[in-house]
Structure formats: C-alpha cells, structure tokens
Design a protein around this ligand. Structure first.
Ligand code: HEC
Ligand code: HEC
Ligand code: HEC
Ligand code: HEC
Length: 430
C-alpha cells in the first residue's frame, strides 16, 4: 500500500517536472547557463534562512544547509583548489596565466556565471555555491519561502529541480563527466588533472547530503531508494557519455578526444600482457576502447527489468565500439542506443527496484566473477553498485569484511590486477 502511494507520488512529480522541463536535456537549463542573476552564498546564509548552526525542528527544512556545505562539502573549496601548487602546475603546463582566472577551470570549480549575472553579494571564491546547483535566486528568493507559492511556481522562477533525479544527475554530471561546453579533457588530464568518475547515489551521500528524507520531505518531493537513484544515475551517465561522444569525439587533428576512452587502454605497462577478448566489443588486441563503464551497469539493470533490451543494448554497444574504432559515422549507433536507453527508462518507473536488489547484486557480482569487468573503470562502477545494493538488502554488515578486500583491489588504479579482482569476486557466495 505504502509502496503504491509512493509510486503515485513519484509518477506525479516526474510527470510535472517533465512537462515544465521538457527541454531539460539542454545545457541551457543548467544553473550556469540559465538567465537569472546569482545573488551569492551570503544571500542564503543568514541564521534565519539556511545558516542555522543547529538542526531546526518543526520547520520544512533543517536550515543548517549552509553550515554543512561550508564545513564539510568539497564544493565549498573547489575554487581554493585552483590556488594550490597542483593547480598552478596544471595551469603552467597548459600555458594558462593561472588556474583561478581561467574559464576552463572556473566552469567546474566555481559558480562561473556571466559577469552581468552576478549580484552584489556574489563572490567567485565561494566556489560551487548554493546557486551553482539550485539555480540563480534572483526571482525565487522572495517566493521560495512563501507557503502559498506552489513548487511549480518556484521552479518556474528559476529554482533548479535538484529533487528530480534525472535533472539532478544531469547537473552533477555536467561537472563530474562533462558537456559540450566543458570537460576534463585529455589535455587537462595530461597536465595532471585527476581522472573524474561519478555515481549518483554514492556521490550524493558523500557530498555530504544537506537534506534529510523524512516524512515532510517525502510528501513534498521526489524520493526514491538508493537503487532507484543509482539506476537513474546510470541511465543519465550513459546518455551523457553518448552526448559527449557525439559532441567531443572529433577534437582536432589525428586523434579523437582521448578522455572518452578507457584511460588504462593506453596507460599501462607493456609487460602486462593482459589483453583478453571482451563480450562488449569485437575489437582486436591493440585497440583503444571507449570508456563504457556506465553501459555495463545499464546492461545489468536492463538484464533484470527487461532482458531483451539488455541484449539489444549489448549488441548496439558492440556496434558503437566498432564504428568509433573504424572512424565510421557514429550518429546511427548513438541514436540506436539512445532509443534503447529511453525504453529502459520508460520501464523503470513501473518496477519495484528495491525488491530486485538481491538479484541485481548477484548479477553484478556474477559479471565481475566471470571476468567480464577486466577494466578498472567498470570494476569501479561494479563495486560502488555492489556496496550500495548490499546496503539496501541489509546484507552489508554480513559482507563488510569481504567488501574491504574488494575495495583493496581498487586501491591503486595504476596497478589494478584483474585476476585478483576476479578471485575476490568469486569469494562472494562463500
Ligand atoms: C559546478 C560543477 C559541479 C557540480 C554541478 C557538481 N560538482 Fe561535485 N565536485 C565538483 C568539483 C570541482 C569537485 C572537486 C572539489 C575540490 O576538491 O576542489 C567536486 C567534488 C565532489 C565530491 C567529492 C569527491 C571526492 O573525491 O571527495 C562529491 C562527493 C561530489 N562532488 C558530488 C556531487 C554531486 C552529488 C553533485 C550533484 C548533486 C555534484 N557533485 C555537482 C564540481 C561539481
Ligand atoms: C568538467 C569539469 C572540470 C574541469 C573543466 C576542471 N575540473 Fe578540476 N575537478 C573536477 C572534479 C569533478 C574534480 C573532483 C574529482 C573527484 O574527486 O572525483 C576535480 C578535481 C581537481 C583537482 C584535485 C582536487 C583534490 O584535492 O583532489 C585539481 C587540482 C583540479 N581539479 C584542478 C583543475 C584545474 C587547474 C582545472 C583547469 C585547468 C580544472 N581542474 C578543470 C572537475 C573539473
Ligand atoms: C553540488 C550541488 C549542491 C550545492 C552546492 C548545494 N546544494 Fe542544496 N541540495 C542539493 C541536492 C542534490 C539536494 C536534494 C534534492 C532536493 O531536495 O532538492 C539539495 C537540497 C537542498 C535543500 C532542501 C532540503 C530539504 O530538506 O528539503 C535546501 C534547503 C538546500 N539544498 C539548500 C542549499 C544551500 C543553502 C546551499 C548553499 C549553502 C546548497 N543547498 C548547496 C544540491 C546542492
Ligand atoms: C589512446 C591512448 C590514450 C588514452 C585512452 C588516454 N591517454 Fe593519457 N596519454 C596518452 C599519451 C600518448 C600521452 C602523452 C605521453 C607522453 O607525453 O609521454 C598521455 C599523457 C597522459 C598524462 C600525462 C603523463 C605524463 O607523463 O605527464 C596523464 C596524466 C594522462 N595521459 C591521463 C589520462 C587519463 C586520466 C585518461 C583517461 C580519462 C587517459 N590519459 C587516456 C594516451 C592516452
């Protein structure tokens, strides 16, 4: 019964935001590119608004969001990161004057809106402030506290729908993966930038979250289990990967954008000799493979909710790997995969994913144990998934020691040993 009501709320909210944000897929909907003024963190931080030191009881929100963000959230220090020796080094290698004034870096490490959209209290060195995620507050600041204003009105006034999991994923991914306009490209990584990776559910916990999904929250907003968030995150990551391949594959000259590929396809010792055939591509030894880690999880999800679609995604992905490697037109392959992703997306809403957690966990472990995730990036996504799924099925404490040994296999990505990973995965059942 409760489940049923929740499903109704979910469908209602998703439908609402889907009509308002029909074109949310476009970059222009993201807080950085929307038209509203950004008033600055100081406009949100007063003690009576979001800057309460203690958690407020009896109010719709805890009001301590600013304190959590300023003390524990790395987004707070994202701009300061641009002043470190590491960033100076990266900037120097890229021939930039410095990192903290370079659009290339600020687009992801601050709320880098256009100059004429910065209000009086706006400070670039606040880093990734409230409005970088929640949207410029110019129009909604006065109405978002008004109980008479509907959520739809507030959204129309520029509040970004962070509670809609699809929109939230696109927001996070815009910096944690990249878009047509900004990306941690291989040029930037070649200069020393860390590899970026993302998983919606676990990164949402790690951020750390400054919201609590309690009864009030559940009534007012979308909320779903970790499995739902994870699945939607994987769907959106797969979509974003395809957008990036479409927009970014052809960079310049001889080579495509290398950051779209599995880093360790190139970056490993020649003594490794670890090449093996893969069931996700028909590429011969010596080929450079796309980073398809999010598709691996998507195939696992589809395998449980719609096995036929899972097989079709796998076939379409093989095709895409081949066309990228051959330098063929990739548009057809991308469209085919987009359609399949949309079909799985359409199915997700009607599924009780929570009830499928055990099955999903077992299927991801099986994939890993059978040696199908030999590349670091897909092993990493698998482990994040297994950790989350065991949490949902309440088996996490029983598997805690095993999980520790699993995480150890991922500790050093430069010396990742697929054989050890597989051996560890095989111990799951025991
Ligand atoms: C405007 C770009 C931007 C957006 C939007 C964004 N992030 Fe980030 N995020 C960053 C940057 C840059 C860092 C690294 C900050 C630093 O350490 O200097 C980061 C760091 C993090 C970290 C810490 C990672 C670590 O290794 O400790 C987590 C977790 C995280 N983000 C989660 C999220 C989630 C969840 C969302 C969406 C709700 C999100 N981010 C949206 C840019 C962004
Ligand atoms: C597409 C978005 C994006 C761009 C562009 C980008 N970064 Fe980052 N950067 C990130 C994210 C996301 C992280 C956090 C990665 C993680 O921990 O998962 C990060 C992490 C870092 C870190 C490591 C921080 C730490 O303490 O771990 C440094 C240093 C850094 N970035 C510097 C730069 C510099 C300098 C530039 C410009 C040349 C730049 N970044 C451009 C998104 C970006
Ligand atoms: C990296 C992205 C990000 C940043 C930066 C960020 N938030 Fe959030 N915020 C979220 C997400 C995701 C949620 C959860 C979804 C939702 O409820 O909209 C959220 C939720 C909230 C909520 C709703 C809490 C509830 O219980 O309903 C408030 C209020 C809020 N944030 C205020 C702030 C304030 C104030 C700041 C700045 C000090 C801030 N946020 C910075 C992403 C962010
Ligand atoms: C197609 C092969 C290929 C792929 C895929 C690739 N790289 Fe590279 N990478 C190179 C080459 C070639 C260089 C230049 C090496 C040199 O100058 O010695 C390089 C240089 C680098 C360097 C600088 C190393 C140094 O010695 O200064 C870093 C760091 C790096 N890549 C990270 C990455 C990351 C992270 C990824 C994945 C997102 C990645 N690369 C994907 C081929 C690749």
């Amino acid at each position: 019964m409760v489940q049923h009501v929740i499903k109704l709320i979910i469908t209602g909210v998703v439908f609402l935001s889907a009509t308002i944000f029909a074109s949310a897929q476009a970059d222009s909907e993201l807080p950085q590119y929307a038209e509203e003024q950004h008033l600055g963190v100081a406009s949100c931080a007063s003690g009576t608004c979001h800057g309460s030191v203690n958690t407020r009881k009896g109010t719709a929100i805890a009001q301590n969001e600013y304190v959590i963000w300023s003390k524990r959230d790395r987004h707070r220090i994202a701009y300061q990161t641009l002043l470190t020796a590491e960033s100076k080094q990266i900037a120097r290698k890229l021939g930039l004057k410095n990192a903290h004034e370079a659009k290339m870096c600020l687009d992801c490490h601050a709320d880098n809106v256009a100059l004429n959209q910065r209000g009086k209290k706006f400070q670039l060195d606040d880093g990734i402030g409230c409005e970088a995620c929640h949207g410029g507050a110019e129009k909604y600041i006065s109405i978002h506290i008004d109980r008479n204003a509907s959520r739809a009105e507030t959204l129309q006034a520029g509040l970004y729908p962070t509670d809609d999991p699809h929109a939230r994923a696109r927001l996070c991914l815009s910096c944690h993966m990249g878009t047509a306009k900004k990306m941690a490209s291989h040029d930037i990584m070649g200069a020393g930038h860390p590899r970026v990776t993302f998983e919606l559910d676990s990164f949402g916990v790690l951020q750390p979250a400054h919201y609590v999904v309690d009864a009030d929250y559940s009534e007012a907003k979308w909320h779903g289990s970790s499995v739902e968030l994870w699945s939607i995150g994987q769907l959106e990551s797969a979509r974003q990967t395809l957008h990036l391949i479409r927009d970014r594959l052809k960079s310049r000259g001889l080579f495509p954008e290398l950051a779209l590929f599995d880093c360790h396809a190139c970056h490993h010792s020649m003594a490794d000799k670890k090449w093996a055939a893969s069931d996700r591509s028909d590429l011969p030894p010596g080929s450079v493979r796309l980073n398809d880690a999010n598709f691996v999880m998507l195939i696992a999800i589809a395998g449980v909710v719609d096995p036929g679609k899972g097989r079709q995604i796998k076939a379409a992905l093989k095709q895409l790997h081949t066309s990228v490697a051959n330098g063929d037109d990739v548009a057809k392959g991308i469209n085919r995969l987009m359609k399949l992703i949309n079909a799985v997306d359409g199915k997700l809403e009607s599924q009780d994913l929570g009830a499928m957690s055990s099955k999903l966990a077992a299927s991801v472990v099986r994939l890993a144990a059978s040696g199908k995730l030999k590349d670091y990036v897909s092993a990493e996504q698998a482990v994040l998934a297994i950790d989350m799924l065991l949490g949902v099925t309440s088996d996490r404490s029983r598997y805690a020691r095993w999980l520790d040994t699993v995480y150890k296999t991922l500790e050093d990505e430069n010396n990742f040993e697929p054989a050890r990973f597989i051996r560890t995965m095989k111990k799951y059942a025991g």
